[in-house]
Design a protein around this ligand. Structure first.
Ligand SMILES: Cc1cc2nc3c(=O)[nH]c(=O)nc-3n(C[C@H](O)[C@H](O)[C@H](O)COP(=O)(O)OP(=O)(O)OC[C@H]3O[C@@H](n4cnc5c(N)ncnc54)[C@H](O)[C@@H]3O)c2cc1C
Length: 467
């Protein structure tokens, strides 16, 4: 059991806000929409999203563009706990969306870890979290959305209307078909606390069956895994509870991922559970010195989060600080990826990954496709359990390798094992192979219908060629 110096007394949240969108909120939304449509209609160069923050991990070549300011589209329009829905604008960061829904005793069915990620970005860029074993990826929890095209037309996409193909083809389109500005998504009821169980394993042949078993356990509300070494893996299961004998606090001096190895049981408030990985960007804050206690105190609780680290990272990239390693004779390659592997192949992928890539820790998050129709740009067989492998670290070696060599090996291995790869970071696919993985026929049809003039870049151009 972890040393208990930072435990907080238990105060359940009580405040309730109205559920149906007051006409004023809707009127304001429509005024913002009209202004955005005007911006797009007046744009004389290809539009480009102006957002408060981005979690994209690929530097794009500068190109003439008209910055389309969408930062105002961050309002929660309605929360309806009875219907199990939340209506929200597309650029609303999950940090704000979560707080608005928790006030009604619910949370979005899937909430990505980094609180700066927006619901529209997670819909367009594929989002995942520890409820995805039951509710699927973020796009599986969306019931309908309004998309504005590059020409300023607004369409409502639902699985059962004339824009159904767009509804299923939008996830993983990365803003190349249009921008989601209003989203109706599913919520799930919450309880004030989450009881955590961390089960330790030293053999993948025992670890993956245990991860799968947890996904079949009806009492489990949250399931994920962490891999710290070849012989140190943990299945972490969360369950909603009304009462907690204590709660831990990982929002300041203590570090969540370290607690996973130190304790078998833990309690967090539901809000802190949702934010457990954001305070230290999983384990990546250490690359910025944030695990040094004095640095943590100087930075302070409010700034210990992924937004701060993303800003520091963008600044470091702008000033090419990574080049220091080149001067020391190292060759660096950023390997920042999330890939989905069929459960049956997970142990095989892990063994290969240890031998060939060697990044640790690794985040494992089980997910399955729910909707029988499937999503052509991020297709996995409905119902089949997949395991997301998340790994985010530069590889620095002295021996010279072709550009993107490690990322390319990962792409080939994922393809060989029938997996899927997120496109938020670097990709090196040759074009023909790319379109074998992401359904060209459907994409081209959608592109012809919703962006006939090609005012927005193509998916391959944007996600691989970084244009
Ligand atoms: C270190 C790291 C860890 C990550 N971990 C997770 C994770 O655990 N869980 C998870 O779910 N995701 C994770 N992601 C991926 C992240 O969810 C995606 O990159 C997501 O697209 C980011 O959303 P954003 O709102 O920050 O959008 P941005 O990063 O700003 O944009 C992402 C892409 O989506 C497009 N886009 C953004 N908003 C919209 C919109 N409203 N309509 C249409 N297109 C839009 C942009 O044009 C861009 O191409 C991780 C990413 C990183 C870098």
């Amino acid at each position: 059991m972890a040393t208990a110096e930072i435990r907080r007394t238990v105060e359940p949240t009580t405040s309730r806000a109205p559920s149906a969108a007051p006409s004023a909120a809707r009127a304001e939304h429509e005024a913002r929409r009209a202004a955005l449509v005007e911006q797009l209609r007046r744009a004389d160069a290809p539009p480009r999203l102006e957002k408060e923050i981005s979690n994209l991990f690929r530097e794009r070549a500068p190109a003439p563009a008209t910055r389309i300011d969408t930062r105002a589209f961050r309002h929660v329009l309605a929360v309806d706990p009875e219907a199990g829905t939340v209506e929200v604008e597309g650029m609303c960061p999950y940090g704000e969306l979560v707080d608005a829904t928790l006030a009604h005793g619910v949370m979005p069915a899937v909430v990505p870890e980094l609180m700066g990620i927006t619901i529209g970005g997670a819909l367009a860029g594929v989002g995942i979290e520890s409820t995805s074993f039951r509710h699927g990826l973020v796009h599986e929890t969306v019931l309908e959305f309004d998309m504005v095209t590059a020409k300023g037309e607004v369409v409502t996409a639902r699985p059962d209307n004339e824009h159904a193909e767009l509804f299923f083809g939008f996830p993983n389109s990365y803003g190349t078909l249009g921008y989601a500005i209003r989203i109706l998504a599913k919520t799930i009821p919450v309880k004030p606390f989450v009881r955590l169980e961390h089960r330790k394993f030293c053999d993948p042949e025992a670890y993956y069956p245990a991860l799968a078993a947890a996904c079949e356990d009806p009492s489990a509300d949250f399931v994920e895994g962490e891999i710290f070494a070849r012989d140190r893996m943990v299945v972490s299961i969360g369950r909603f509870v009304d009462h907690a004998p204590w709660t831990s606090d990982y929002t300041f001096e203590k570090i969540y991922y370290k607690s996973i190895l130190e304790c078998d049981e833990d309690y967090l408030t539901v809000r802190d559970y949702i934010r457990r990985w954001d305070t230290d960007w999983f384990w990546c804050s250490k690359n910025l010195g944030m695990e040094i206690p004095l640095v943590r105190r100087l930075v302070g609780r409010e700034r210990l989060n992924s937004r701060t680290y993303t800003r520091i990272m963008r600044w470091a990239n702008r000033w090419k600080l990574g080049k220091v390693y080149d001067l020391l004779g190292y060759r660096s390659e950023a390997v920042i990826q999330d890939v989905g592997i069929p459960l049956a192949k997970a142990a095989e992928f892990l063994a290969w990954f240890h031998d060939t890539i060697g990044i640790l820790p690794i985040w494992n998050c089980p997910f399955r496709a729910i909707h029988p129709h499937g999503f052509p740009l991020f297709r996995t067989p409905p119902g089949a359990l997949y395991v997301n492998f998340g790994f985010w670290h530069p590889i620095r070696r002295r021996e010279a390798k072709p550009d993107g060599w490690y990322n390319r090996q990962i792409e080939k291995k994922v393809a060989e094992l029938g997996g899927v790869k997120s496109l938020y970071s670097d990709s090196y696919y040759p074009e023909d192979e790319f379109w074998q993985r992401y359904d060209r026929e459907v994409y081209d049809r959608l592109k012809r219908r919703y962006d006939p003039e090609g005012r927005l870049r193509g998916l391959y151009e944007k996600c691989v060629l970084k244009r």
